[in-house]
Ligand binder design. Structure first.
Ligand SMILES: Cc1ncc(COP(=O)(O)O)c(C=O)c1O
Length: 374
């Protein structure tokens, strides 16, 4: 039986009481339960609409016999494959249960009460949560044109700053900062402050940007020992359900992160899948191409309907539906389309739409046209 006012509640750490939990996209099964709909299109979690490489599926199936065994806690094989792919040493890698895990671990290793962690307004929701969990003060720097204002972030540095989180491109806004802006920033950050560059959508970003504007954070690791770059297999590689991502940095920093992670944080199937996924770059290229085409398909209709949006180089786009955004969200749900409200980011007028296949995008477009009243 539940007691009404359990005494242990008084013992919950004060920083935990203040946490606003991460709000995930609504699962298809939940909408099915709620509205009894059969045909549902989910464009709410920036997943890969093509699924995963068939080679990955085949490889995992072949490994099912090993289900009773613990995974390799050091992820030896994956780290070596990944090290070769990235042109780094295996000792420069930590593998996470999604990149979400490694992003949080950085705060645990480098910050505590009294410290400050800087991130941008509208930046990925996991950064403020990571700061709060360790009792650090989250310093939110106002965004510029929905994106990171790197000069203002530099100006926010104090002697209490321990970590700066950056997302390039950012989720949910899809904004990016250029190679020039990045270089001007990273060379000025004091070397005792950890800079985390979250590149969850790097594959899509590269496909949208000119070569002189795009940059790859891993290229800067050797020059900046305080830099950590995180990537994920959840997006372009299509492994969101398996939960696997990683962080690259200098071996010493990485070693500390490895020290605090759970011994078996990444399951065997995720490790195997990631290796096969890396080997199938044709699949990644196809996913990126489908995203480019899908983005064009959606943007064309937004322009036709005169709906404002934030230009995005990710696999999602935020659209401005004014004060009625949440009502539109409900109407789209009734049409069987799940998108993502972003009011929790302070973007009350916006909905974030993940780019799907041509057919899924059309499903969204038809529903939007049906419910939209300018
Ligand atoms: C900017 C950004 N970083 C990190 C993540 C975490 O992804 P995962 O934990 O699936 O690797 C996401 C997921 O949506 C994201 O948008």
């Amino acid at each position: 039986m539940k007691s009404k006012n359990p005494l242990f509640c008084d013992q919950v750490q004060p920083q935990v009481l203040g946490i606003h939990p991460y709000i995930p996209g609504k699962p298809v099964s939940e909408l099915q339960r709620e509205l009894g709909l059969q045909n549902i299109t989910k464009l709410a979690s920036n997943e890969n609409p093509l699924g995963a490489s068939p080679k990955v599926i085949e490889a995992i199936q072949a490994e099912l016999v090993d289900i009773a065994r613990y995974p390799d806690g050091s992820a030896y094989a994956l780290k070596h494959t990944l090290a070769e792919f990235l042109g780094v040493q295996a000792s420069q890698l930590v593998i996470g249960n999604g990149s979400n895990e490694v992003l949080e671990l950085v705060a645990r290793v480098f910050a505590g009460p009294e410290d400050e962690i800087i991130y941008s307004q509208y930046a990925f929701a996991v950064y403020p949560i990571s700061a709060q969990v360790v009792g650090a003060t989250g310093v939110e720097v106002p965004a510029k044109d929905w994106g990171h204002d790197l000069s203002a972030m530099l100006a926010a540095v104090t002697d209490k700053t321990k970590v700066i989180y950056l997302a390039n491109p950012n989720n949910p806004t899809g904004t990016f900062f250029s190679k020039q802006a990045w270089q001007a920033f990273i060379e000025k950050v004091p070397q005792n402050i950890i800079v985390v560059l979250d590149e969850a959508y790097v594959e899509y970003a590269q496909s949208f940007l000119d070569a002189d504007v795009f940059f790859n954070g891993v290229d800067y690791i050797d020059d900046y020992p305080n830099l950590l770059v995180s990537r994920t297999f959840s997006k372009a590689y299509g492994l969101a359900s398996l939960r696997i991502g990683y962080m690259v940095g200098n071996p010493e920093t990485i070693q500390y992160i490895n020290q605090v992670r759970e011994p078996f944080n990444v399951n065997h199937y995720a490790q195997v899948a990631a290796q096969y996924a890396l080997a199938d770059q044709d699949f990644v290229n196809e996913a990126v191409l489908v995203n480019q085409q899908g983005m064009r398909q959606v943007i064309e209709v937004l322009e036709e309907l005169d709906i404002q949006y934030i230009p995005s180089i990710g696999n999602f786009v935020c659209i401005d539906l004014g004060e009625a955004a949440l009502e539109y969200n409900q109407k789209l749900l009734k049409e069987g389309v799940i998108v993502r409200p972003v009011a929790n980011y302070g973007m009350t007028n916006y909905l974030r739409i993940s780019i799907g296949t041509q057919v899924e995008n059309q499903y969204f477009i038809d529903a939007l046209k049906k419910v939209y009243q300018p």
